[in-house]
Design a protein around this ligand. Structure first.
Ligand SMILES: [Zn+2]
Ligand SMILES: [Zn+2]
Length: 80
């Protein structure tokens, strides 16, 4: 069974707000209250962190990040 490293506390993800440059705060999973047409933004975290392309196209866990300064929302997918 796939495990999301963020949900399980195995990894913290740090995002920088593309609007104001402040670090964004993890605000939880978004699948429960986001609709299909919401503007998701996909970031390949595995690729960014270790330089290896991740060919695993399995489950992804969507997390919401919010900037405390300008209230900008960002949704990223964590590969499980
Ligand atoms: Zn998760
Ligand atoms: Zn911001």
């Amino acid at each position: 069974m796939p495990i999301c490293p963020v949900c399980n506390g195995l990894r913290e993800v740090f995002l920088i707000c593309s609007n104001c440059g402040h670090s964004m705060i993890e605000s939880g999973k978004v699948m429960d209250y986001y609709d299909d047409y919401s503007p998701y933004m996909e970031i390949d975290l595995m690729k960014l962190e270790d330089g290896y392309p991740d060919n695993n196209s399995g489950h992804k866990c969507a997390h919401l990040y919010r900037c405390p300064i300008c209230q900008k929302d960002e949704v990223i997918f964590i590969k499980e």
